[in-house]
Design a protein around this ligand. Structure first.
Ligand SMILES: C[S@@+](CC[C@H](N)C(=O)[O-])C[C@H]1O[C@@H](n2cnc3c(N)ncnc32)[C@H](O)[C@@H]1O
Length: 217
């Protein structure tokens, strides 16, 4: 038995992914140079994601399943997520925590309307008790009160902040901790860091849109 494949999760996730697919942002409508600036700017991210506040922007269903499998197989107890949105990835990670016998998932979102939706989805999934949603800019909310040890990280907020968020978490990552970075190709600085021969990580692109890294020590 797995929480991911037992009611209410399958129907809830199917509905949430279907709703997200039916309501995707028309980013193509933005001029290409404006989109590039917003995606790669270390200051424009609040503007970009405020414009996107009505969109779920979830990881793919495959990445969601991968997150569950990685958290489950590594017996993760402490997970940090950067970028909650409507909580689809959060549901997968919290389901793994439940099946690992419990734990703590800290997730971050600055848009209050999204926090309310994520909270409702986690409540509907019966997983809210495992999740602490930190409301505000993750650069601030992850700068204090971190767990002694972090077993798994999902990076899925503003791409230009991936290196800075990794810096905040780095000293707490256990040897063997896994870091999943969604759409990390938008953060060349992050890729350079985790792929560096002497950076303390083993890393590889996993599928089209995920960089999977392991903290070596
Ligand atoms: C791609 S979505 C996350 C999708 C979510 N992980 C899922 O799979 O359902 C990115 C989210 O990160 C939030 N975000 C971006 N930068 C942030 C920051 N600096 N602090 C907190 N939240 C941030 C955005 O508002 C947006 O909701």
């Amino acid at each position: 038995m797995s929480t991911l494949t037992t009611a209410p999760l399958p129907a809830l996730l199917a509905r949430l992914f279907a709703e997200a697919e039916a309501k995707r942002p028309e980013l193509e409508d933005l001029p290409a140079d404006e989109l590039h600036t917003l995606m790669h700017s270390k200051t424009g991210y609040l503007d970009l994601y405020t414009r996107l506040k009505d969109f779920a922007l979830p990881v793919s269903p495959e990445t969601g399943r991968l997150l569950y499998m990685l958290a489950r197989s590594s017996q993760a107890k402490t997970i940090v997520e950067f970028g909650t949105s409507f909580g689809l990835s959060t549901l997968h990670l919290a389901a793994a925590l439940r099946d690992n016998g419990g734990g703590r998932l800290i997730t971050c979102e600055f848009e209050p309307s999204k926090v309310a939706i994520a909270r409702k989805n986690l409540q509907d999934g019966g997983l809210l008790d495992l999740v602490e949603i930190r409301v505000g800019d993750a650069l601030q909310t992850l700068s204090s009160d971190l767990p002694e040890q972090i077993d798994l990280v999902l990076l899925d907020g503003a791409k230009p902040l991936y290196p800075a968020i990794l810096d905040l978490l780095r000293s707490r990552l256990k040897a063997g901790a896994l870091i999943v970075a969604d759409n990390a190709d938008h953060s060349p600085e992050y890729l350079e860091r985790v792929r560096s021969a002497h950076g303390g990580y083993l890393s590889l692109p996993f599928a089209d849109d995920v960089e999977l890294s392991l903290r070596t020590g």
